[in-house]
Design a protein around this ligand. Structure first.
Ligand SMILES: N[C@@H](CS(=O)O)C(=O)O
Ligand SMILES: [Fe+2]
Length: 231
């Protein structure tokens, strides 16, 4: 029976046509989702080997974060809130020695301490609600990661409220920052990319606003370690 059924060119063409047709329609109508964003970040950073933060094209990574439009169904599985903490840090993807991608969930009127970013790039995209970022000039001290003290208060460089889908970027070259949810009743959600993942791997510093004093925090934690912290 099967021997008399030709492998018909018409059927092959028909299949090929319809599949290409629907692939094309899918490409036209499908949105750029979180999985694709993570895939593109990984593709840019490569699969193996160490990198230094200077090897990263942060502008390209920022453009990827801007291209993604927040869709709560994309990130609901990473969402975890704990009202006893200022915010939770939930792992989306750890790319060994390359980057951390995290979902942060911020309680109303709560925020992070003033901190550095452990000589890494930090890209933050607002996924829901609003977040206020205050950027401070890096205090004059030779080795802030050694906990050296300065006596003068930190100076504010800029302050801005970011709305849903906006993206901001910071590195130690720009300064220090603190981030806060300004809402009195709404939780805010943000996506964070850190590359290299120095704060998680080695630690970072938090700073006293009035003295500029740095205190070293050994490691930034994320869920399953929802202790919070800053990175
Ligand atoms: N960098 C902080 C969040 S933020 O204040 O940018 C953290 O990862 O905990
Ligand atoms: Fe930060």
């Amino acid at each position: 029976m099967s021997s008399i059924l030709p492998s018909s060119p018409t059927i092959q063409i028909g299949r090929g046509f319809s599949s290409n047709y629907f692939d094309a329609r899918l490409r036209l109508t499908s949105r750029y989702d979180l999985d694709e964003l993570v895939r593109d970040i990984k593709a840019h950073l490569g699969e193996s080997g160490g990198i230094s933060s200077t090897d990263v094209n942060e502008k390209y990574l920022i453009s990827l974060a801007q291209k993604y439009a927040s869709q709560p169904s994309d990130w609901a599985k990473y969402f975890y809130n704990d009202t006893s903490k200022n915010y939770t840090r939930n792992a989306i993807e750890n790319i060994n020695q390359k980057a951390n991608i995290l979902l942060l969930v911020w309680n109303p009127r709560k925020g992070s301490p003033i901190h550095d970013h452990a000589n890494a790039h930090c890209i933050m995209k607002i996924l829901a609600g609003e977040l206020e970022e205050t950027v401070y000039h890096m205090p004059d001290q030779d080795m802030p990661d050694q906990g050296a003290e300065t006596k003068s208060p930190l100076e504010i460089k800029s302050q801005k409220v970011y709305r849903s889908n906006e993206v901001t970027y910071i590195s130690d070259d720009i300064g220090l920052h603190r981030v806060r949810n300004p809402s009195s009743n709404k939780v805010a959600v943000s996506l964070h990319l850190y590359t290299p993942p120095n704060a998680a791997d080695y630690g970072f510093n938090i700073f006293d606003e009035s003295t500029g004093k740095a205190s070293f925090v050994p490691q930034a934690r994320s869920v399953g370690h929802p202790e919070g912290g800053a990175e």
